[in-house]
Design a protein around this ligand. Structure first.
Ligand code: C2E
Ligand code: CA
Ligand code: CA
Ligand code: CA
Length: 278
């Protein structure tokens, strides 16, 4: 960011001005996206690796922009984080996702677990109370909610982080570490914090089964997980060969386009029901 700011100073130009204008516009549009009901959650199924039964789902946000069409969260979440909009958006995600789980319950769709992504700015001491309030509203048990954290949230390794994690665990939430292996290389936090799941980043799954580097890393992660008593979810499983590789490892669960893409809630209900019948 510092380097970018320096470059902006050195090369201030009409295009630069246009870029800031575009950002300003996006910022005000994203602000309105919530109240205009343009944000949606899609759900991607998570499967037991051995029998491919659906064991959970991950909620993934989408923005249906009126003129630009669908905007990927990879594009607007970092932006929302920079502008602080992630706080109200993140709150909306929590209540929308938990509300959906309650709606599925009422419709007889018995999904055990729903995973929700968190941003660093949501990872504050008031998070537990907010979550508990939403759960109470919808009569959902904390045990059914998995919170996906990133390595950068745990990297600080301080007392505040530790006490928040303990509070979330004590309330019953399941904790998963997202994109495992892509961030910080010091693994001491794995020992200190009480996590339940590691999600193996899709960059390691992509090279399976033939790339010896990917296979080696995935096997090493399986070793870490079993010695620390953590469960594993492999992300981005796209091919049958990747699936059969993972079925020979100790990787508990999988997620990826091979079995299902992220889909709207009503389609997920159909997928879930069909999966039960097989
Ligand atoms: P993520 O949490 O790592 O989510 C996994 C991403 O991989 C999703 O992209 C998903 O659609 C995609 N994916 C799943 N299976 C496959 C596969 O087999 N192949 C490939 N190539 N991709 C696959 P998506 O939905 O575009 O989300 C991108 C990122 O945006 C997420 O990465 C997450 O970091 C962030 N995000 C999404 N929803 C939320 C949210 O509600 N809150 C926050 N804070 N971040 C979110
Ligand atoms: Ca995630
Ligand atoms: Ca991920
Ligand atoms: Ca990611």
């Amino acid at each position: 960011r510092g380097k970018q700011a320096q470059q902006d100073l050195l090369f201030y130009s009409p295009e630069m001005n246009q870029r800031s204008m575009a950002r300003l516009k996006l910022s005000s549009e994203l602000h309105h996206a919530l109240e205009r009901n343009e944000l949606k959650l899609f759900y991607q199924a998570q499967y037991d690796t051995q029998n491919t039964r659906i064991v959970g789902a991950e909620a993934l946000i989408r923005w249906q922009h009126p003129s630009r069409g669908f905007i990927s969260p990879a594009e607007f979440i970092p932006f929302a984080e920079e502008t602080g909009l992630i706080v109200p958006i993140g709150e909306w995600v929590l209540s929308e996702a938990i509300g959906q789980l309650a709606q599925w319950d009422q419709a007889g769709i018995k999904l055990n677990r729903l995973s929700i992504n968190l941003s660093a700015q949501q990872f504050k001491s008031n998070l537990t109370d907010l979550l508990l309030k939403i759960l109470k509203q919808h009569q959902i048990q904390a045990q059914r909610i998995e919170l996906e954290l990133t390595e950068s949230m745990l990297m600080k390794n301080d007392e505040a982080t530790l006490s928040l994690l303990l509070k979330l665990k004590a309330a019953g939430f399941s904790l998963a570490l997202d994109d495992f292996g892509t961030g910080y290389s010091n693994l001491s936090y794995l020992q200190r914090f009480t996590l339940d799941y590691l999600k193996i980043d899709q960059s390691f799954i992509r090279g399976l089964p033939d790339n010896p580097g990917s296979a080696g890393i995935v096997n090493a992660i399986c070793g870490i997980a079993s010695s620390l008593n953590l469960r594993l979810i492999a992300e981005g499983v796209e091919t049958a060969n990747q699936l059969s590789f993972l079925q020979k490892t100790a990787c508990d669960q999988i997620q990826g386009y091979l079995l299902s893409r992220p889909i709207p809630a009503d389609e997920f209900a159909v997928l879930f029901t069909r999966n039960l019948e097989h």
